[in-house]
Ligand binder design. Sequence first.
Ligand SMILES: [Ca+2]
Length: 401
Amino acid sequence: MTLLSRTAALAALLASSALAAPPPPSPGPAKEVIRTQSGPVNVERLAMFEHPWGMAFLPDGRLLVTEKPGRLRIYASGKLSEPVTGVPKVAYREQGGLLDVEVDPQFAANGLVYLSYAEAAEQQPADARDTPDPRFGGYFDKDDNVLKGGAVARGRLDGMALRDVKVIWRQTPKTIGRGHFGGRIVFAPDGKLFILSGDRMRFDPAQDPSGNLGKVVRINPDGSVPADNPFSGKTGSAADVWSSGHRNPLGGAINPASGRLWIHEMGPKQGDELNIPEPGKNYGWPVVSNGDNYDGSPIPDHPTRPDLAAPAFYWHPAISPSGLIFYTGSLFKDWNGNAFIGGMSSETLLRLTLKGDKVEAEERLGVQRRIRDVVQAPDGAVLALSDGPKGELLRLTPAAR
Ligand SMILES: [Ca+2]
């Protein structure tokens, strides 16, 4: 092997190892103490799941957890339930499946729960195949011929059943391919629903105003479109779009200090971004990025296009962010007002200290697992889900010094 071909082979290996799922991790220790800048922290495993993706607390303290193959479970009083019935049929493959879960702020009155997932199209093409995009360095699935897209449904949780399930939103257009659904669901303080919609690994749709791929979407919880959306009533524009030019956003939350939505999104090879999406703004993907394509071809950096909104913060090298919360509890006094982000390739839980809309500092908590989602428990503990076939629900609490 020549030096050049060895270099190329190494580059391909690095690109594929950054993209492809790593070998299934064994579960970490059931209980351990990790060091942090704020003192020792207990990390305790509460339960295990098959490919868990999202979680949300019900007002009574029970925790809803999704599993990507299509199961919604309830964790309560140290026990994990059987799957809730009535969950929509999902297209489970690679990054697709049952994704996020969110609880209606009026749950006590209406019992409504929201689920995001990948769904197959009703009409399937006869001979479609996933098409390789060289920019992904060969990352495609030639056997995948299912036309699909992300969707959000809501239903009323009645005991262990989801009833009156109704689809309130769909990604358009649907495409072949196994990745970049996005999928997080976030309630705004005004009762509107934000949905993070990925570019389906198709790049350009993130800049196409007529579709909702690669966008932050804003709808009413019944699926109707608010009249005050930035593109409402504009010919040729998808009315549900809040902001455009996003790649694969897998974390979103309302910053309680400002009441505004914060999101992060997976960059290409490097360049993961933190954005604070404002209505009608364009966040640049795939025109600009502070990362490059997986095949090594460069993408112009954000500062070359000042007309496109620059990220509030970015990571180079990548952390592969998933899940986002702002910590408001008092159990960890030092952490109040901090943001927490799950890191997948970085196998960490990131703690960001903030000053207004700026990231001041970052600490990477050494949980040594691919973290898929994070929530704050009612008692102020931080709960994290690790990714994979043996995913863990972890509970972080302060340990005695
Ligand atoms: Ca961007």
